[in-house]
Ligand binder design. Structure first.
Ligand SMILES: CC(C)(COP(=O)(O)OP(=O)(O)OC[C@H]1O[C@@H](n2cnc3c(N)ncnc32)[C@H](O)[C@@H]1OP(=O)(O)O)[C@@H](O)C(=O)NCCC(=O)NCCS
Length: 181
C-alpha cells in the first residue's frame, strides 16, 4: 500500500488559511481531501469514499443542528475541512460531539490544522456543545492528530483495542476529549 506523501519540508512556514463555513459547492473539494485517506490508510474506517449524497447529508445535518462544518482555504483552494457531528444518537448525548478534521497532505505541518480546529471549537462553544471527542486511529498517517488535539486542550480518555480491521490489520483507536465552557 502506497504511503501518502509527507508534508513538504518547507513546512516550517506557518500558513494563515482562510477558515469559513462550508457550502454545497465545497463538497467536491472536501471529498477530494478525504479520498486518499480512505484508499491508503486506516485514519478513517470508511472503506469506500462517501458518496456525493453522503456529503450533502453531513453538511445538511450540521446545518440543521447548528453545528459547524468548516473549510480551510489557502490561495482560494480548499485544503482541509473539519466538522462536528453528534457523538451518539441517544437524546442525553445532546451536548457531546465528535470532531472530524482532514487536511490535504501538502497542507499539513504548517499550522493550518491548529487554526481550523480552533475555529471549530469556537463554533462548537457558540452552538452550546459541552464535550468534544476525537477518535484517533492508530495509523502512521494520523501522527499529527494527537499533538494537534493536545495542543488545543484535549486529553486522552481511553483506548479501544482492535475495534477496526482495515487493509488486513486490526486497528485500535484512542479517544481524546475536551470540555468547552
Ligand atoms: C491531524 C492534522 C489535521 C493536523 O493538522 P496540521 O496542520 O498538520 O497540524 P499543525 O501544523 O497545526 O500542528 C499541530 C501539532 O501537530 C504536530 N504535527 C503535525 N503534523 C505532524 C506529523 N505528521 N507528525 C507529528 N506531529 C505532527 C505539530 O508539530 C504540532 O505540534 P506542537 O503543538 O507540539 O507543535 C493533519 O496532519 C491531518 O490532516 N492529518 C491526517 C488526517 C488526520 O489524522 N485527521 C485526524 C483524524 S482524528
Amino acid at each position: 500500500m502506497a504511503a501518502l506523501p509527507s508534508p513538504d519540508d518547507a513546512s516550517a512556514t506557518v500558513m494563515r488559511p482562510h477558515v469559513r463555513r462550508a457550502t454545497a459547492s465545497d463538497l467536491d473539494a472536501v471529498a477530494a481531501v478525504l479520498a486518499p485517506y480512505v484508499a491508503r490508510t486506516a485514519v478513517t474506517f470508511d472503506e469506500e469514499p462517501p458518496t456525493d449524497a453522503d456529503w450533502r447529508g453531513r453538511l445538511a445535518e450540521a446545518d440543521a443542528r447548528g453545528l459547524p462544518f468548516l473549510v480551510a482555504e489557502l490561495d482560494g483552494e480548499v485544503v482541509g475541512y473539519a466538522y462536528a457531528a453528534p457523538w451518539r444518537p441517544k437524546a442525553a448525548y445532546r451536548h457531546t460531539v465528535e470532531d472530524t478534521i482532514y487536511l490535504a497532505p501538502a497542507a499539513q505541518g504548517r499550522g493550518v490544522g491548529t487554526r481550523l480546529l480552533s475555529a471549530l471549537l469556537d463554533a462548537c462553544t457558540v452552538a452550546g456543545v459541552r464535550q468534544v471527542i476525537a477518535v484517533v486511529a492508530d495509523d502512521p498517517a494520523a501522527a499529527g492528530s494527537v499533538p494537534l488535539h493536545r495542543r488545543l486542550g484535549f486529553e486522552v480518555t481511553g483506548v479501544l483495542r482492535d475495534v477496526g480491521r482495515k487493509h488486513g490489520r486490526d486497528v485500535s483507536t484512542m479517544l481524546m476529549q475536551r470540555t468547552l465552557h
